[in-house]
Design a protein around this ligand. Structure first.
Ligand code: KIV
Length: 263
């Protein structure tokens, strides 16, 4: 397929072809994820949980993200590398610009930030200056304390309406991608069909344009995993086999199934 860009992802959406994102935090896994055929790699601030042993992503710093982004970017082949702006690193547009610049100079090709309408000005500013943006709505882990825990979002009509309105607004502000985490499957499918930009789901059912999982979760290495995670090491002898099984299952529409989704 060659180097993956936002143009590639838009074409996949237009053709109704699913694509895949897997998190990676180092050079070896970045290479394996890319070789398995995942179109995008997320250097997620989930590294706070799976690498650093914290119980949330809140302690992760821009310095941590830049270090791991550089490790991943050195091994990049074709996959598009997205890096998370960590907690409180984009609370003003100016702060976002400084920190997103650091991640782009470390090798990211897009930055991800969590939140809706309040980020419109920030997204617009970054995009205008040449920094592509992936937004993240639904369960936004950096707001775990404000949300009262890791809970499914958008279950009430009011909540669903607000997530849809946020999604439209971040698209209009210039975001290239949207991650939707832990929302009812019907809401994610509705938002994906209404947006021009590709929507990547995690715990958001099968109706999104793409799926993402945290590497350690999908390899069955995490001590606790939410219901939407499948252990792709099952039936596989190698990590490469598990990564490929995830990519194949998403593209074939075999993952996620109803048992991995929320109503
Ligand atoms: O940090 C991360 O890995 C993420 C995914 C859960 C989407 O944001």
């Amino acid at each position: 397929m060659g180097k993956i860009t936002t143009t590639t992802l838009n074409k996949l959406k237009a053709n109704g072809e699913k694509f895949v994102c897997i998190t990676a935090y180092d050079a070896t896994f970045a290479r394996l994820v890319s070789e398995a055929g995942a179109e995008t790699i997320l250097v997620g601030d989930s590294l706070g949980n799976v690498l650093q042993g914290h119980d949330s992503t809140i302690p992760v710093t821009v310095e941590d993200m830049a270090y791991h982004t550089a490790c991943v970017a050195r091994a990049r082949t074709d996959a598009l590398v997205i890096a998370d702006l960590p907690f409180m690193s984009y609370s003003t547009p100016e702060q976002a610009l400084v920190n997103a610049t650091e991640l782009m100079q470390a090798g990211a090709e897009m930055v991800k930030l969590e939140g809706g309408t309040w980020l419109s000005e920030t997204i617009h500013m970054l995009v205008e200056r040449g920094i592509p943006v992936c937004a993240h709505l639904g369960l936004t882990p950096q707001s775990v304390h404000a949300l009262g825990g890791y809970r499914v979002q958008g279950r009430t009509p009011k909540g669903a309406k607000s997530i849809l309105a946020d999604a439209v607004e971040i698209q209009d502000a210039g975001a290239s991608l949207l991650v939707l985490e832990c929302v009812p499957a019907h809401l994610a499918a509705d938002i994906s069909s209404k947006l021009r930009i590709p929507v990547i789901g995690i715990g958001a059912g099968a109706g999104t344009d793409a799926q993402v999982l945290v590497l350690h979760d999908m390899l069955g290495l995490s001590s606790h995993t939410p219901r939407f995670v499948h252990n792709f090491m099952e039936g596989q002898d190698t990590i490469q086999g598990a990564l490929q099984a995830f990519v194949t299952a998403v593209k074939a529409g075999e993952y996620p199934r109803d048992e991995h989704s929320y109503e």
